[in-house]
Design a protein around this ligand. Structure first.
Ligand SMILES: [Fe+2]
Ligand SMILES: [Fe+2]
Length: 162
């Protein structure tokens, strides 16, 4: 059950580097999507995506500080950003990314705590609060229930594995 909670500090830094690549992806995605979403029915969510973009930048500033603290160099390459001409599909990409991010950060909080890094766990918890807000905004815009992502790593969407 303790799937991957016992990690070394070195491995935690590597995982945080992957989180950083996701944050960089999220910034770019939200910057672009917020500006290209058009149509009266998407005006509210486009404004929300702009707020998400700024919050993702806040996250992308917090994570490297943790990586540096663990003695590693932060990564500079974002995960690839998927784009679409279709508004719903764009929102779906965002939602899938947020689902993955939430799963990852939930793991990260447990891993930080297993290492006794409680302050780091707290920083990630605060990011997690915002990621869950993003997830709720996107699911609401898509007219869907908020996905339950508590299923652990096996519940990840295929897009995560690339
Ligand atoms: Fe984020
Ligand atoms: Fe997010």
């Amino acid at each position: 059950m303790a799937d991957g909670n016992d990690v070394s500090r070195e491995h935690l830094a590597e995982l945080l580097n992957e989180d950083l690549a996701h944050e960089s992806q999220a910034i770019i995605g939200y910057v672009v999507y917020s500006q290209v979403l058009s149509g009266a029915q998407y005006m509210d969510i486009a404004a929300q995506l702009e707020i998400h973009a700024k919050q993702e930048l806040d996250h992308a500033l917090i994570i490297p500080r943790q990586i540096d603290y663990l003695g590693k160099m932060p990564a500079v390459t974002p995960k690839p950003v998927r784009t679409s001409k279709d508004a719903k599909e764009m929102l779906r990409f965002d939602l899938e990314n947020e689902n993955d991010t939430i799963r990852n950060y939930r793991d990260r909080v447990r891993q930080c705590e297993a290492l006794g890094e409680f302050a780091m766990a707290e920083q990630i918890r605060q990011i997690l609060v915002q990621e869950q807000d993003h997830q709720i905004d996107l699911a609401t815009a898509l007219g869907e229930e908020v996905p339950d992502v508590s299923g652990g790593p096996q519940g990840r969407t295929p897009s995560k594995r690339q």
